[in-house]
Design a protein around this ligand. Structure first.
Ligand code: UD1
Length: 389
C-alpha cells in the first residue's frame, strides 16, 4: 500500500513523526514523504526533522511563503504532477495549515483517497484561516481520524458519514511521550542560565489576530511586561512576529548560550526553539501563555497551567480535562488571570481519553484493515492535464 504523507509547517512535522515511524514498521506499507516547503527556515523545518528523527522528505515542493491563495495554489500546482506519477493508494494529511487543505484538494480531484489526521476540530470562527482549512479538508476526506470527542459531534452535526470517522487519540501526544527521554535531556535550561527551580513563564504568539495589528501586539506586550515583574517571561518568537517586535522595540533578545552570564529578567525574546527544547522549557514553566493549538494540548498532558490568548478554542478537551483557560487578549485580563493562575494553579484531571501515546498505532491499523477507496482511480489518468511552466 503506497501512502503519500504530506507535511508543510512546524506542527505538521510533530504529527507525522509518530505516523511515519509506525508506518515503517509494516512491510506492507510503502510510505513516501512530501514536504511542501511552507516552512523552510532551518529552525522552522530542518530542526524539527532532526529533533523528531524524521527521515528527509523524498520530495520538497519548495513553495515558501505567500498570500493564502498563492501558497495554496502553489502547493496544488506543484503537487499534482507528482501525485499523478506516484499514483499512491492513499494521501495522508495532518492538521489545518494551508498545505493540508491544498494537498487534500489536489489528491481528491485526482481520485486518490484522502485520510485526514486531527479532523473535526472547530473554533466556529471563520475569520481563522485554519477553520476554513479544517472545514474544507474534512468535507472532502475519505477517512477522518479524530483526537477528541468534540470532533465527533462536530462532524456528525455537519452530516459526515459516521463510517468515515475514527476516534483514535492524539498523534501530537504520541510525539510528546515517545520523545520524552530526549526532551528531558535538553540543555536549554543551562543555555538560558535557568536554575533547576527558577520560576518562569513561556509565551508563544503567532496568530494574525494577535500579532498583525501593532496596537493589539503592543497591548499584549505591555501586559507581559507587567507580569514579568513577578517572574521572567521567555518568548520564543515566530519569524512572522520578529519584524513587528523589532519595530515596537521595547523587548530584550537573548541568544541561548548566554545563560552562564545572564539570568533572564523581564520579557526575554528568543529565536524559534526546536521541538525538544520547546517541550523541555514548557515542561518546567509555572505558566504558559499562547495562541497555539498544539501547545494547549501539550500543556494539558504536561500538567502545566495554560492561558490561551484567543476568544475560542477548537480543542475544548484541553479546558474540560486539561489545564487550559481561554481568556482572550485584553491586557488587563491577561495580567489578572496570570496572577490568579500563579497563585492557584489548576489541578489537571488526567489526560483526555485515548491520549495515551498509541494514536499512530491505531491509525495505521485502521488503514491496513479498511483500505480506503475513493472515487475511481481512473480519474488519475483520464483527467485532461495541461502543465504550465
Ligand atoms: C502556519 C499555519 C498555522 C500554524 C503555524 C505554525 C496556515 C494558514 N497557518 O502559520 O496554522 O499554527 O504555521 O507555525 O497555514 N516565515 C519564515 N520562515 C519560515 C516560515 C515562515 O520567515 O520558515 C515567515 C514568513 O514571513 C511568512 C510568515 O512567517 O510569510 C508566515 O508563514 P506561514 O507559513 O504563511 O504561516 P504561519 O504564520 O507560520
Amino acid at each position: 500500500m503506497k501512502i503519500v504523507t504530506i507535511a508543510g509547517a512546524r506542527p505538521n512535522f510533530v504529527k507525522i513523526a509518530p505516523l511515519f515511524q509506525e508506518m515503517r514498521r509494516h512491510a506492507s506499507i510503502t510510505p513516501i514523504l512530501i514536504h511542501t516547503g511552507q516552512h523552510y527556515d532551518a529552525v522552522m523545518s530542518d530542526r524539527f526533522f532532526s529533533d523528531l528523527e524524521i527521515q528527509p522528505p523524498h520530495i520538497n515542493l519548495g513553495v515558501g511563503s505567500g498570500s493564502h491563495a498563492i501558497q495554496t495554489a502553489e502547493v496544488m500546482r506543484r503537487l499534482e504532477p507528482i501525485l499523478i506519477s506516484l499514483s499512491p493508494e492513499l494521501v495522508l494529511v495532518v492538521g489545518d495549515v494551508n498545505s493540508t487543505l491544498a494537498s487534500a484538494l489536489t489528491a481528491v480531484k485526482l481520485g486518490i483517497p484522502v485520510a485526514h489526521v486531527e479532523a473535526g476540530l472547530r473554533s466556529f470562527d471563520r475569520t481563522m484561516p485554519e477553520e476554513i482549512n479544517r472545514l474544507v479538508t474534512d468535507a472532502i476526506s475519505d477517512v477522518l481520524f479524530l483526537s477528541e470527542e468534540s470532533a465527533l459531534n462536530n462532524l456528525l452535526h455537519e452530516g459526515i458519514d459516521k463510517e468515515k470517522l475514527h476516534l483514535v487519540g492524539n498523534v501530537m501526544i504520541d510525539a510528546l511521550q515517545w520523545f520524552k527521554p530526549r526532551w528531558e535531556r535538553s540543555s536549554i535550561f543551562w543555555r538560558l542560565g535557568l536554575e533547576v527551580r527558577s520560576p518562569y513563564a513561556v509565551v508563544t504568539l503567532h496568530r494574525p489576530s494577535n500579532v498583525d495589528e501593532p496596537n493589539t501586539l503592543l497591548n499584549i506586550l505591555n501586559a507581559l511586561q507587567e507580569l514579568s515583574r513577578n517572574l521572567p517571561i521567555l518568548f520564543p518568537v515566530h519569524p512572522r512576529v520578529k519584524p513587528q517586535l523589532l519595530r515596537l522595540g521595547h523587548v530584550a533578545w537573548m541568544e541561548p548560550g548566554e545563560g552562564k552570564r545572564c539570568f533572564p529578567q523581564g520579557v526575554v525574546c528568543l529565536d524559534p526553539l526546536g521541538y525538544l527544547d520547546c517541550i523541555a522549557l514548557m515542561s518546567r514553566a509555572r505558566l504558559v501563555l499562547t495562541d497555539s493549538g498544539g501547545i494547549q494540548e501539550e500543556t494539558t498532558v504536561l500538567g502545566v497551567p495554560c492561558l490561551t490568548l484567543r476568544e475560542n478554542t477548537e480543542r475544548p478537551v484541553t479546558v474540560t480535562h486539561g489545564t487550559n483557560r481561554v481568556i482572550g487578549s485584553d491586557p488587563g485580563r491577561i495580567v489578572r488571570e496570570a496572577l490568579r493562575t500563579l497563585e492557584h494553579p489548576p489541578h489537571p484531571s488526567g489526560p483526555p481519553p485515548l491520549w495515551d501515546g498509541r494514536a499512530a498505532e491505531r491509525i495505521v491499523r485502521i488503514l491496513l484493515e479498511h483500505r480506503p477507496t475513493g472515487p475511481p482511480q481512473a480519474m488519475v489518468t483520464t483527467n485532461s492535464f495541461t502543465q504550465h511552466s
